[in-house]
Design a protein around this ligand. Structure first.
Ligand SMILES: [Zn+2]
Length: 705
């Protein structure tokens, strides 16, 4: 699990660095799996369920000093190991172990363990009767965070890093002698003047003056490791009162450059904490801290979130992403996924935070988000997806399409099946029974089944343990001779049981209804409401089911050509050196293809992906020649620059970049790469004035007589 966590973290950084504003929860989608197991919670509330093993958990007291300027860290760890518990302590080999004693008796440092591989030394402690105290002292240099910033894309194993701008010592990096077991901890950190430290947990004491700062934190809940963040922070705080006399200490730890955002963040954090506290159950920590990071990170820790300075200013971060990270205090850090059977927490968090916020905007915004889950899945190679039970964290596109999109869709389907009330009551039950513990997919299924009063196995089992997605467009739709029923036959046996939303069309009249899908059956006999056979049926036009997209449901997106390794550049207007190099620069920034080849006008309909760049009048001429390139109607003529996606006659992706002049083209360099998830975007005076994916129309299947 540790290894998985470290790998996930690296990937999160890589993803974040690759593109600033991806689609749903880009930087934030990954939480560091620092899960927690409450023995008690904040504000005097006690979760109903305590971990039975809490008493037998190891405890560590850490006393740590480091100087971000010299990067030298020294620390002392006192491990209290309960009777009968065996564990391994791993320390990064960059550190020197200086002293080791057991129950006050020094041991030779040779017992400091043999180096394992190249990065860790491991100290194995066998189970023994009676409580033992292991004391370890270590010191050594932290990695240079500033240098890792220069090598963003190639961060290998993420080491503990320090610099005067900020320091990040993640759980799992071996910055102290750590175990993979959940533990209780108390950490005392001492830093030079001007630097402040943050560790997830209860702030026990702190002081900061001209000589330096110190802070003591202790875990409210047992966690899987200690993460330490530090920087030249200014600390702002406000209390958030919650029902029952409870109070949560909201804090920002922001460096000077982003400090003006502090009050906005303190205000923004209140709403989701209040909402989920009301909807799910008591917020399990005594504070929530938003910590700025010099790294382009974005993840949740118990009672905290660590967000890249570069993205803190984006409205998206304060809205959807902050809500997502706040919700991980319930799903992920409050109730931990049982890693052996898959991480359900990202899907549930995506549905209850990201999707709920979209739904609050408009039903269509929510529909478009669900469509994007299906679209993301459609973009991965057939057969390359793994089941939900194998998902732990976002490591690549396929994992994310399943672990976030498919998982969120399953929860959406469950809600559709059992209704809003039962869905939310089941989640409250889950919180009551599992807060502070881990839960597996089967525990979630059981919680929903109890409230539904029936088995949901025919939906859960294939969705959790199976791969792929069904095409829910029938091969044939026929009226039966009785004149009152319709027989639908699918190409393959149905993957799961579900009440599929269907729209029945009679003339211009649309009637929403449902179709009962049974697992394993190929055909369905359907009785139209009112007994009248409709002219045509539209299957799941609201994208409420996990399925393959039908023809017409996949409008082209800019990223189709952006991600194509064989994309080429076609410059459709003549121009001077400045124009040509501006066009080449846009191709370099937008296209994943390394050194994209150039294409000629004669290749306009070639079966290769193209980025077509031209001035408005030349693009208009091309569109007259190839109407497939037509400018989408939402794009106004007066845009300085417009980008839209299209397809060739053979289906090869196209990006058309239509610009006023070289200045408008140069202006696209920085902006265009962020719009991959859109089908079109228009800019005026350097600002996006319109963007979208165009209309997504589900096909109407005529009912054959
Ligand atoms: Zn997440």
């Amino acid at each position: 699990m540790k290894r998985a966590r470290r790998r996930a973290l690296q990937v999160a950084l890589g993803t974040a660095m690759a593109g600033l504003v991806p689609r749903h929860t880009p930087l934030f989608a990954l939480r560091e799996a620092e899960a927690a197991r409450p023995g008690r919670s904040a504000g005097g509330t006690t979760p109903d369920a305590r971990s039975p093993s809490t008493a037998a958990l190891p405890q560590v007291v850490l006393d740590v000093q480091f100087d971000p300027a010299t990067r030298l860290l020294r620390g002392e760890a006192t491990w209290t190991i309960p009777s009968g518990v065996a564990l391994e302590l791993a320390l990064d080999r960059r550190f020197t172990l200086e002293a080791l004693s057991v129950d006050g008796r020094p041991r030779p440092l040779a017992e400091g363990g043999a180096p394992v591989g190249t990065t860790r030394r491991v100290i194995a402690i066998a189970a023994a009767p009676g409580t033992r105290t292991w004391l370890l002292r270590w010191r050594g240099p932290l990695a240079d965070l500033d240098r890792s910033l220069d090598h963003r894309g190639v961060i290998g194993a993420l080491p503990p890093m320090a610099s005067p701008r900020g320091s990040y010592l993640p759980a799992g990096s071996g910055w102290y002698p750590e175990t993979t077991l959940p533990v209780h901890y108390r950490v005392r950190v001492e830093l030079p003047s001007g630097q402040r430290a943050v560790v997830p947990g209860r702030l026990v004491s702190e002081s900061a003056d001209g000589t330096g700062s110190h802070a003591v934190y202790e875990s409210i809940l047992p966690t899987e490791g200690v993460t330490l963040m530090a920087g030249p922070y200014r600390v702002d705080e406000r209390p958030l009162p919650l029902p029952g006399g409870r109070s949560v200490r909201l804090r920002t730890y922001f460096v000077e450059g982003v400090h003006p955002l502090a009050q906005d963040y303190l205000a923004a954090a209140a709403a989701p904490i209040e909402r989920y506290d009301r909807e799910i159950g008591p917020y399990p920590f005594d504070g929530f801290s938003i910590v700025s990071s010099p790294l382009p990170t974005g993840f949740g820790l118990p009672g905290a979130t660590y967000i890249g300075e570069a993205v803190l200013g984006l409205p998206f971060m304060r809205g959807q992403s902050l809500a997502h990270e706040v919700l991980h205090n319930w799903w992920g850090n409050g109730v931990r996924p049982d890693w052996r059977s898959g991480n359900w927490s990202e899907g549930l968090t995506t549905l209850m935070a990201d999707h709920a916020l979209r739904a609050a905007q408009s039903p269509d915004a929510a529909r478009q988000m669900r469509w994007s889950w299906l679209r993301d899945f459609a973009a991965i190679a057939p057969g390359s997806d793994a089941p939900l039970q194998a998902f732990t964290s976002r490591t690549h596109g396929a994992a994310s399409a399943v672990g976030y999109g498919k998982s969120a869709m399953l929860f959406h389907m469950v809600r559709g099946e059992i209704g809003d009330t039962a869905f939310h009551e089941a989640l409250r039950d889950l919180w009551r029974s599992h807060a502070g513990r881990s839960a597996a997919w089967k525990d979630l299924q059981a919680a929903f089944e109890r409230r539904a009063g029936r088995s949901l196995a025919a939906l859960f089992e294939p969705m959790v343990s199976g791969t792929g997605a069904p095409l829910l467009l029938p091969q044939s739709v026929r009226a039966e001779p009785d004149g009152a029923t319709v027989r639908l036959t699918f190409a393959e046996p149905l993957l799961y049981a579900f009440r599929l939303p269907v729209v029945a069309w009679t003339g211009d009249r649309a009637e929403p209804t449902t179709l009962e899908l049974r697992r394993g059956e190929r055909s369905v006999t359907w009785r139209p409401p009112g007994g009248r056979i409709p002219d045509a049926l539209q299957f799941d036009p609201g994208f409420a089911a996990w399925r393959r997209l039908a023809p017409g449901e996949s409008p082209p997106l800019l990223r189709d050509a952006m991600l194509a390794p064989d994309a080429r550049l076609l410059v459709a207007s003549d121009g001077d050196e400045g124009w040509r190099s501006a066009a080449a620069e846009l191709a370099a920034r937008m296209l994943e293809a390394a050194k994209p080849a150039t294409a000629r006008l004669t290749e306009l309909d070639a079966a290769v992906p193209l980025l077509i760049i031209g001035r408005h009048e030349d693009i208009d001429r091309l569109v007259r020649r190839d109407p497939r390139l037509i400018r989408p109607t939402p794009l106004p003529r007066q845009a300085d620059a417009a980008l839209w996606a299209a397809r060739s006659s053979a289906g090869a992706p196209r990006i058309v970049a239509s610009v006023e002049d070289t200045v408008a083209l140069i202006d696209l360099h920085r902006r265009a790469p962020h719009y991959g998830a859109q089908g079109h975007v228009g800019f005026r005076s350097g600002r996006a004035i319109v963007s979208g994916v165009g209309s997504i129309e589900s096909p109407r299947v005529p009912v054959a007589p």
